[in-house]
Ligand binder design. Structure first.
Ligand code: NDP
Length: 515
């Protein structure tokens, strides 16, 4: 292995942005670097990232500005990989698959552990740049770096303990299932938890013997750029994992449509998921795993400990400024405790979710405008703003939106029905269990739900009827990485995690052996 903490070798020094960013491994150093770059701007502001293909850094001709949402300042240039560059990356991955698929599980496990260790060794570097790039708080970014490390550690051991099914046909034959890696994957991730979600794909993909071309969101590419260096330092064979950057219509679309791709693991919005399904409809051989959007309910019954329920519901609503697909953005409260709940919820949110402290900036100007448009609609529809207000149309010092708690929103309103994906929550009333279930399920999405009750029988009665892939009871965001992760209805197709990821990244054949 090369040096652990420092990029070394011609590969990384050929990309000055990587060298500079890598050295800026504290918030102070990163901010000083951004300041120095902006002062000496020569027209292409900031760090110019490169694609990572075949173990080398490859520039692109075109770039997109990457903006720090907390300041509005451009700090980096994200390459836009052309269709030709995507194709080259896929050919590299195709070549690498020939040998990578034959490596032993023990060898792949060792590579994954090395990657985990390298991220751990550079923990603050990743957290700092993730926070600058996405707008999330540094504390939140640190948690997500921990989770990225867990992704690699989990799959590094998971693959060491595999079993398979065998069946007997009387005295005629023995059958058994044999799995092999499915091939080259397109791994596409969104902007809300960039490193965590990209590694949730890269780790199982490599673990199960596949190779890949990964593409993060153009809005938050920085941690993937740093991850490329970790993958290089871990000495993962060239071409096994390639990272291209760029926008969805150019780079992402070329990637998913290529006939060289055997599978797509995608996390993002439902509209993009539908688009990918259409774009690959003729390529029936492609494995598709689509983790899509949510509009998740939180049900609060009148037997709860109110303070605990308020804390769980507020955290589920506003963690990462509501930019987590699993956030509970529709809170339904049983009528007997409704007034008291709203009053304590308001106080808790005002005391605990302050911009710049526990609430970060929202990710981009278009997203800020989208959230703002839902708040304008809420005002037009005469909703009550229990906390928060419509933020300025033209923010000057970063994309900050104070948490908004709305009551009096109609169940038919787009504010209640559509994913806003920001610091906005609605609170409404219900009387009976049946009504609570009906309200929870009255949405085209079905990703997650939170159920708050002390009644053990109700946990099953209600919990088993909620149309959501993940139901958290008296807790939120607790994850065991073997559990099936994914949504019902418009929230996606397929599940990932443990053996569910094995389904995505392997193909199965059954051998029939006569007696
Ligand atoms: P998008 O669907 O806009 O983008 C997701 C990724 O797909 C990005 O990398 C994007 O590139 C890329 N992309 C866009 N168009 C195409 C295309 N035609 N072909 C291939 N790739 C394409 O989602 P967001 O980034 O806005 O993320 C927010 C969404 O993600 C929310 O709906 C959220 O709920 C969902 N999400 C779901 C999760 C889950 O596990 N179910 C977890 C986290 C988020 P680019 O951005 O560069 O254009």
């Amino acid at each position: 292995m090369g040096s652990v903490n420092t990029p070394s070798g011609s590969s990384s020094t050929s990309c000055p942005a990587l060298r500079d960013a890598w050295a800026a491994n504290t918030l102070e150093k990163a901010e000083a670097l951004i300041k120095a770059n902006s002062a000496s701007s020569t027209g292409t502001a900031g760090l110019v990232m490169h694609n990572f293909v075949g173990g080398s850094y490859v520039p692109s001709e075109n770039h997109i500005d990457s903006v720090n949402p907390k300041t509005g300042q451009v700090f980096a240039q994200v390459p836009v990989a052309s269709a030709d560059q995507v194709e080259q990356a896929l050919q590299t991955a195709t070549q690498a698959f020939k040998t990578w698929k034959k490596t032993t599980a023990a060898a792949r496990s060792a590579y994954l552990r090395r990657v985990a260790q390298l991220i751990q060794d550079n923990h603050e570097l990743f957290a700092v740049w993730e926070s600058i790039d996405q707008g999330k708080t540094l504390a939140r970014a640190r948690v997500e770096v921990d989770r990225a490390i867990s992704n690699f550690n989990y799959f590094s051991t998971f693959i060491l303990h595999q079993s398979t099914s065998a069946r007997m046909i009387d005295n005629v034959a023995l059958t058994y299932e044999h799995r092999s890696p499915a091939g080259v994957f397109a791994l596409i991730s969104p902007w809300n938890m960039p490193l965590y979600l990209l590694t949730w794909k890269i780790a199982p993909c490599l673990a199960f013997g596949c190779t890949a071309v990964a593409k993060p969101s153009e809005v938050t590419s920085m941690s993937a750029f740093l991850l490329a260096e970790v993958l290089r330092l871990a000495e993962i064979p060239a071409g096994v994992i390639n990272i291209v950057f760029g926008d969805g219509p150019t780079t992402g679309s070329a990637l998913v449509r290529s006939p060289l791709v055997h599978g797509v693991s995608f996390t993002g919005g439902t509209a993009t998921g539908i688009r990918i399904r259409r774009d690959t409809a003729d390529q029936i051989y492609k494995h598709l795993s689509l983790e899509l959007g949510g509009k998740n309910p939180t049900l609060v019954f009148d037997d709860v400990d109110l303070d605990k329920a308020v804390e769980t519901a507020a955290t589920a609503a506003f963690e990462n400024q509501g930019e987590i697909c699993l956030c509970g953005s529709r809170v339904y409260v049983q009528s007997g405790i409704y007034d008291e709940f709203v009053s304590r919820f308001e106080k808790f949110v005002r005391d605990n979710f302050k911009c710049g402290e526990r609430v970060g900036a929202v990710v981009s100007s278009p997203h800020y405008a989208k959230i703002r448009s839902y708040l304008e609609l809420a005002e037009q529809e005469k909703a009550t703003f229990v906390t928060g207000s419509i933020p300025p149309a033209d923010p000057k010092n970063g994309l900050w939106i104070d948490p908004v708690v709305l009551t009096g929103v109609s169940t038919k309103s787009a504010v209640m029905r559509e994913e806003i994906f920001g610091p906005v929550v609605t609170i409404a009333k219900f009387d009976t269990e049946e009504e609570a279930i009906e309200l929870a399920n009255d949405n085209p999405n079905g990703l997650a739900a939170v159920l708050l009750t002390k009644d053990a029988a109700r946990i099953r009665r209600v919990g088993e009827q909620i149309e959501a892939g993940l139901v958290w009871v008296n807790c939120w965001l607790v994850r065991e990485l073997g559990t099936p992760f994914g949504g019902m209805k418009n929230s996606g197709t397929g599940r990932e995690g443990g053996e569910y990821s094995r389904e995505v990244f392997t193909v199965v054949r059954t051998l029939h052996i006569p007696m």
